[in-house]
Write a protein that binds this ligand. Sequence first.
Ligand SMILES: [Zn+2]
Length: 428
Amino acid sequence: MDTPLDPFTGGALRSEQDCGVLVERGVIAARGPYAQVRASNPGAEVLDLRDGIVMPGLVDTHVHFPQVRVIGGLGMPLLDWLDQCALPEEVRMGAVAYARGVARDFVTGLVDAGTTTALVFGSHFAPAVDAMFEAADVWGLRVATGLVTSDRVLPAPLLTTPERAYRESRELAARWHGKGRLRYAVTPRFSLSASEAILESCAQTLAETPGALFTSHVNENLKEVEEVAALFGGASYVDTYDRHGLVTRATVLAHDLHPTDAELATLAAREASVAHCPTSNSALGSGLFPLRRHVEAGVRVAMGSDVGAGTGFSMLKEGLQAYFMQRLLGDDGLPLTSAHLLWLCTAAGAHALGLAADVGDLSVGKQFDAIWLLPEPGDPLAVGLGNAKSPEDALSKVFALGTTSDVGGVWVGGDQIAAGRWRRPPLA
Ligand SMILES: [Zn+2]
């Protein structure tokens, strides 16, 4: 199952019950009825995946590596959660040995969830960002990350200067940007903790690092939006980035729950993307995502788990929560089908990160980034799939019932990097 064409503009789920996929040097070289692909390639090793569902690797466009150990801090709005939960843990990243352990926990979480591509919010400490790049490189994940920069509001150990931020960012990019499947992402924490000078240093790093991404937060919480406007002379949140040239095709801004129409128009005009993070938004009570307004304004939307305010790494859970949110919005909501959810959790993320030529679906010419969902026999998901009325219905059951434990195999660029928790895939 995959979604090569956007269901928001007329695309639909593509599903095959008899499919051979020929993978050569990590790339899908052919696909078609199994007997035909087999006959053309009699020497190829065969992996029989008929017991489960093969889907594109999941794409998480907003996830914080330093926060894996604080997932589940419920009961607080954003600014209290940052003070009490996230920021104390982010300060601990200053000890590189601790950061290495967290990076290991984090990458394990991504892989177990079937996330093969991620735009990762890094750490305020350069050695911790090195640890994150190293961990992603070991697993071969497609990861973009970078130094998180701030020069006000946050606890002192998390602050830097524009000059130091620029120097450390350029050094990290020189070490990691373009190595294997890794890319650099210029990452001010949010305008609330960024002076004009540090945003300008971000612009300089971005200009000098071709192919780098830009990511930050926007319009998450009404109190935060008010404080940002006060700090920037009444500017809109999007404009605080845009006036430094930081809103471009390479930009992914997380949340955007409370945008003005003018901000949506700017995001659309710049071809920037928004990372929708529904479990985080729900857990913090930040708001209900105005997906319809984004789609109607022509703003590209993808999905993020926003670990650790989000409640885990499962993009299936994010898809389901996105669906819930649109239902709860009533007439303002955008009804979502299972094909929309798969698109949002795979191809939409690939488009947002500029990787649509390589990943996001299982078409010929794409990298074989894939997951194999294989619920244990008797599990409610296995029962549901056995009784599904159509492929679309089966996919609805995947989003309603699927968990990270159902991921029975994970491939990136044709390399199998995980085999699932309860069974190894059989070689036929
Ligand atoms: Zn975030």
